[in-house]
Design a protein around this ligand. Structure first.
Ligand code: ADP
Length: 320
């Protein structure tokens, strides 16, 4: 394979730049030309293709966001849109494509693969909601971001003897709340995978107050409800003083952690190796600290499993 392309799609994540760098360096080392496609599938349809250069990737791997930019494209979801994208790839002589993105981006990659282009998916999403891989690029940075905010919020909550509720990203997947909660010593974690009636949650906070624990930290994944609604509920049913914070995009920004940079480098390398072997239609991931590849079709259909043991451990540690 002489010429390959790489794009970032869907939500950006810290570590995407480190992955682009790895794809570029590995590709060049294998005598390939590496083209960057700007603005995801939208840019692919519009033909926004250019060579990646050393200047583009050097001094950028420590930055969040993506030098290739990202986008969402409704047009690409249609058969006509996918065909347009295919024609652009053909016109540029791009024989293999690497897509760095989440679940939606992988479905797009699969659609392109079915039209005959060799595509490899690299998991980039802070939510860690892809079941075929233990970790996705950006998750580790996001939980470190949240963990640091937990301690700042706890300082001010403690000064006022208040309960602090921190709303984090995760509509379907509570991994950010779980891992940030465990690392930040949260007293209660509310996630979609372990639905808890708010009455029970409010009772826990009221009981904490009764036994003299005036400051508790609650992590709530957006899929389990909003911090605002939860605070209102607790205020209406208990005498607990409670304040909510929505962390929002803070979670997704900032310099990628060492773990995310290393993961990005390893996944980028494997993706290029697969293309070099003439393989397409795979997603790369990490399982038990080994880089693995599974068919895209399978990758998008594996249900994400929740770490119940870790959740229960946190409940134990929050008890006393
Ligand atoms: P993420 O990759 O982070 O999950 P999205 O779900 O927004 O982000 O998907 C990114 C892009 O992937 C979409 O804007 C669309 O162009 C493409 N895409 C998503 N779902 C599909 C699908 N079922 N078929 C084809 N393309 C899709």
């Amino acid at each position: 394979m002489k010429r390959i392309g790489v794009l970032t799609s869907g939500g950006d994540t810290p570590g995407m730049n480190a992955c682009i760098r790895s794809v570029f360096k590995t590709g060049v080392d294998m005598d390939m030309q590496v083209m960057g496609i700007y603005h995801g599938y939208k840019g692919l349809i519009e033909g926004r293709v250019d060579y990646i250069t050393h200047e583009m990737v050097e001094n950028k791997m420590h930055k969040g966001g993506t030098v290739l930019r990202t986008a969402r494209s409704e047009e690409f979801k249609s058969e006509e849109g996918t065909k347009k994208a295919l024609n652009v790839l053909k016109a540029y002589g791009i024989e293999g494509l690497i897509v760095i993105g989440g679940d939606g981006s992988f479905r797009g990659a699969e659609a392109l693969f079915k039209l005959g282009i060799k595509v490899i998916g690299i998991p980039g999403t802070i939510d860690n909601d892809m079941g075929y891989t233990d970790f996705t690029i950006g998750f580790d940075t996001a939980i470190n971001n949240v963990m640091n905010e937990i301690y700042k919020i706890r300082d001010t909550m403690r000064a006022h003897d208040r309960v602090g509720v921190i709303e984090v990203m995760g509509r379907r997947c509570g991994d950010i709340a779980l891992w940030a909660g465990v690392s930040g010593a949260a007293d209660l974690i509310l996630v979609p995978e372990r639905p808890m009636p708010w009455e029970d949650a409010a009772n826990i906070l009221a009981a904490n107050k009764l036994r003299g624990k005036l400051t508790s930290i609650v992590l709530i994944a957006e899929g389990a409800g909003s911090s605002e609604a939860f605070c209102e509920y607790v205020r209406a049913h208990t005498d607990v003083e409670i304040k909510g914070t929505v962390l929002g995009y803070i979670q997704r920004g900032g310099n990628p952690s060492a773990f995310d940079r290393v993961l990005a480098a390893r996944l980028g390398q494997r993706a290029v190796e697969l293309l070099s072997d003439g393989k397409g239609g795979y997603a790369v991931g990490i399982k038990n600290n080994k880089i693995v590849s599974v068919p895209l079709e399978q990758a998008v259909n594996v249900n994400d499993t929740f770490d119940d043991k870790l959740y229960d451990l946190n409940s134990v540690m929050a008890k006393f």
